[in-house]
Design a protein around this ligand. Sequence first.
Ligand SMILES: O=C(O)CCC(=O)C(=O)O
Length: 277
Amino acid sequence: MPTFQNSDIEAYHKDGFVFERGIFSPEEIGLLGETARNDHAMDKAASKMDDGEGNDVRLSLWNHPGNGIYGMIARSERVVNRIEQLLEDEAYHYHSKMILKDAKVGGAWAWHQDYGYWYQNGLLFPNLCSVMIAVDEATEENGCLQVLKGSHKMGRINHILSGDQAGADKEQVEEAKKKLELVQCTMSAGDALFFHPNTLHCSAANLSDKSRWALICCYNAKSNNPYKESHHPSYTKLDKVTDDQVLIVGRDEAIRSNAEFANLVEDDKSAKSLENN
Ligand SMILES: O=C(O)CCC(=O)C(=O)O
């Protein structure tokens, strides 16, 4: 079964991210894109978050992976085994989200660390990992993810609310940009980027005429079970599925869009809790 090579794992720990190109085939990622674009429940559940610069970022989020194609991807051995190599622990699903960065109107994401949000949720250690899977091609023009290489080694830095987003302390980001390489994470549909929760990342608004949708699945280590309840789950055993399930479920129109979307506006306190800091 394909997993990360030692050199990939070393790169992740050194840089705070590692790519796995073509982890999903064109048919698999095509089925994911088709499911998402026809998924009225997901569209309805999508929340808009003000990016503080006049645009909105739109995303749908769910806590449990479910049995649809989203769940088959998040639970697939090819993803979860790699996550477990990086976490050096059993992984459980913390949440997944579809970032709906639409052509012309998709907003920007301010520089932040995911742990800047998740730290509020009773997680003592930054032993989490996310995988961003490109549903559409991601280019500089349509606002691909940007990361600061090695920034995870800075530890968690202060975050303050900017629009509806938690933004990392701007002075520290500016200084970090002088020392660390900024990487434009251009991706083809089906590519994956695994990244550390303290990796500083952002993305520009999508002013192009091509949408940039992406699925981001986030995992926590079993040993990092949160000490208090939050809007994201505590340890819940993740049932891995064999890699062939992505196509089997994706080709079945009756079940492929199964997901229980969370109400981000009501439930998400990660960024909002910074209001009182
Ligand atoms: O999709 C993007 O451009 C950024 C998303 C992101 O940073 C996040 O969900 O934490």
